[in-house]
Design a protein. Structure first.
Length: 364
């Protein structure tokens, strides 16, 4: 099924070449059978041209010039058919159907308005000519129209059905093709938008939320808690001695440590606890719960990281973390909470590291 769909999606021009070749070859035989020698000769010559298009299908220059040739050839054929037979034989349907074909076939091409206006004007002019020649000329209507419906009845019906079948099928085919193309473009655009949104809101190295996205969540949670009268806690922490790791093992090792440590911390967090990279080796966690529950969770994380062994190129690396924590009861707005937690982190770094610094520790 996929192979069939791929064929029809990628061989539109080839199918149109073949359809035109079959159409003109068929009409050449019908015209000859009913004594229209000029019409038969025209169709034979044009069918040869379309056969050449099929043989030269892979040449890009032929493909680029094809549709304009096809468009004017169909209009020319409609005019010649009408003049030779005295009536339209369905050619007015052909000249009208060619207009939507113009838009459907060229939807993905960058063409000027002048191109479209010129081609549409030609199609409209030919349609009016066909209608005038068939129905408006004095004394001609009864003779030619009756002849077409009596003497050439089978030719008239066969030609009309052939035009309706080919144009109808291709208009339907192009519509389905364009809908599929647009649907695929919409899916691609949605996927790209999702990717860009992810890149804008997440840290490239660790995959965690970045500072911008976390700040939005912090503001939202602060507003919700203030409205409901509930409490949330905020902590900022970093890796003790991270500069020494970079200096000793290189920045690739530093990246590895940031990725591995953040993955370990994420495993210990529950739903509704937001974890983000704040910048460098600093990370933040937002708990939608009180101070005591948050401290218990941070102690669990601190212990897990202290016991973990991070192996980098046959070297065991041990880490410790220092946390500064503050809750919404202590600060009036989100900005002050971050400043409070950061100050406590600095206090912890200056007083032993590998600890969780809260208000009680700082005040004591």
């Amino acid at each position: 099924m996929n192979k069939v769909r791929h064929f029809f999606l990628n061989n539109t021009k080839m199918l149109l070449y073949i359809a035109c070749w079959v159409f003109h070859a068929s009409v050449a035989a019908l015209s000859n059978a009913y004594g229209y020698k000029v019409l038969s000769a025209y169709n034979m010559a044009v069918s040869f041209v379309y056969a050449t298009f099929v043989l030269l299908f892979n040449q890009q220059s032929i493909q680029n010039a094809f549709f304009t040739f096809f468009y004017f050839e169909m209009l020319t054929y409609s005019s010649i058919l009408t003049v030779c037979t005295g009536t339209d034989f369905g050619s007015s349907v052909l000249s009208i159907s060619i207009i939507p074909m113009l838009f459907l076939h060229t939807v993905n091409r960058q063409l000027s308005k002048r191109y479209y206006i010129s081609l549409i004007t030609c199609a409209v002019a030919v349609t009016y000519f066909i209608l005038w020649w068939t129905y408006a000329r004095t004394g001609i209507l009864s003779l030619d129209f009756v002849t077409a419906l009596t003497v050439h009845r089978k030719f008239y019906i066969a030609h009309f059905i052939l035009i309706l079948a080919i144009m109808g099928l291709f208009l339907f085919y192009y519509s389905i093709l364009i809908e599929f193309t647009l649907s695929r473009s919409r899916r691609k655009a949605a996927s790209q938008a999702k990717t860009l949104s992810y890149m804008a809101n997440h840290d490239q190295l660790t995959g965690l939320m970045n500072r911008r996205k976390f700040s939005e969540i912090l503001q939202r949670v602060h507003a919700d808690c203030a409205k409901k009268g509930t409490i949330f806690s905020f902590t900022i922490f970093d890796i003790d001695g991270f500069k020494h790791i970079n200096d000793s093992y290189g920045h690739d090792a530093g990246d590895f440590i940031l990725q591995s440590m953040s993955a370990l911390v994420a495993k210990h967090l529950n739903e509704g606890q937001y974890f983000a990279r704040w910048g460098g080796e600093e990370f933040v966690i937002l708990f939608q719960e009180g101070h005591e529950q948050a401290v218990r969770k941070l102690e669990e994380i601190r212990t897990a990281v202290e016991k973990a062994v991070f192996r980098w190129q046959y070297t065991d690396v041990h880490l410790t973390l220092t946390f500064g924590i503050c809750d919404s009861k202590e600060c009036a707005d989100a900005e002050r909470i971050t400043i409070c937690a950061d100050n406590r982190l600095m206090y912890g770094k200056q007083h032993g590291k590998n600890q969780i610094v809260s208000s009680q520790m700082v005040s004591s």
